[in-house]
Design a protein around this ligand. Sequence first.
Ligand SMILES: [Ca+2]
Ligand SMILES: [Ca+2]
Length: 447
Amino acid sequence: MIASIVITFLCFCSLSPTFGQDCPSRQELQGSLKQVQKLLSAHEATYMQSLRNLKKKINLLQSSAGKQSTSATNSTCPKLDAPINGKKLGKSHSVGHEVHVLCDPGYELVGSESRVCQESLNWSGHQATCRDINECVSSPCLNAGTCVDEVNQFSCVCAKGWTGATCQSPVPTFFVTMTNTSAATSPATAAAVTLPAATTGPFVRPSRCSIIQGTTHCTCEAGYTISGRDSNTCTDIDECELFHNGQAGKLCLHSCVNTAGGYRCTCPVGYNGTRDGRSCKDIDECATRQNNCANDQMCINTYGGFQCVRVDCPKIPHATYVKTSPMRCERNPCSVDNKACSQTPNSFSYHYLAVVSNLSAPRVMFRVSALRPIGDTLRFSLLGGRQTRRHFTVQRSDRLTGQLMLVSPVQGPATLEADVEMSELERRVQLGKYITKVTMFVSQYEF
Ligand SMILES: [Ca+2]
Ligand SMILES: [Ca+2]
């Protein structure tokens, strides 16, 4: 605005000489011009200053806009909340950062424990939740007790006659009633007293006594029985000894270990305890890969262990055999004039049985059958020596089937072998014979 005024003024004066005396003198004009110059410089300075300020402001605006666009590229994944009954570790939700989830005690994690914020702005893995662990899954309550799952623990509702945290102890039926002369003066009051115990320890505990109408009643914790001269102590009941030959059978299938206030059943090597706590169950080493059988061997699970077996075809004069399956060898064709060859068995089949010691007898152990008989007669017989005949016999069960029978119980550990021969005849002429080799692994224990 000021600049435009100055310019108008100058133009006007440049025309002034044509107006003669009305124009100001040269001196006046120079003074005015100087003043205008001063004014102009002052305004120029102000103008330049505002221009600089304006530039600064623009720069600031540009840099903040730049920052905003940078942070827009550095985006984050959606917010993740900590699971119920658990906590989340890691606060950053930016790309490349991880968060971890921890569940509170008594809860198990379902989903991904760690999740990474990916370039796609999605979290890796699956949403994590914390689920209450069911402590009853392992059936911890013994003797038909009912398990109640609680947070981080369980409780047992015991069947009648059993008590203890896991219903492991029979309810003590031992109690004592005696007359306490010192307390006889206040017949209507009842007071709980714990008489001093002579000795204490896990197997000996003080008894709990109440004085009711002058009579002292003492009781013990589950699994203990009153003892001591003054009924002041409770001694652990040796359930293993007490129930050794109980009416309901032995307390433990294998062996019993007495513990303070209870007992525990144990199993031999090769067996696991069962859910009811008193029985033992064979570990299947073949199914669980707990065996060391070589690649060319087969693993046979037995009671209390396992066996690695390898089927090798027999070496018999006049004939050669080839393996047609892992458990079967078949004779190579005989030349027409080789009679000795045609008399040898057509095939050998191998079978392995696992049984417990002292298995009751008689019982059928194995059946051999002809699928497509071509002759008019099938004959079954048992091969082998005295040892085999002591325990086995072969019977016909129908026209096409023979069966290997166990005739007397076998005390293990033992391995018995029995070969069953099936001959096929046509008008009393042998057409072929087939050998089934049965190997029986008898365990050491009767379970
Ligand atoms: Ca005990
Ligand atoms: Ca086994």
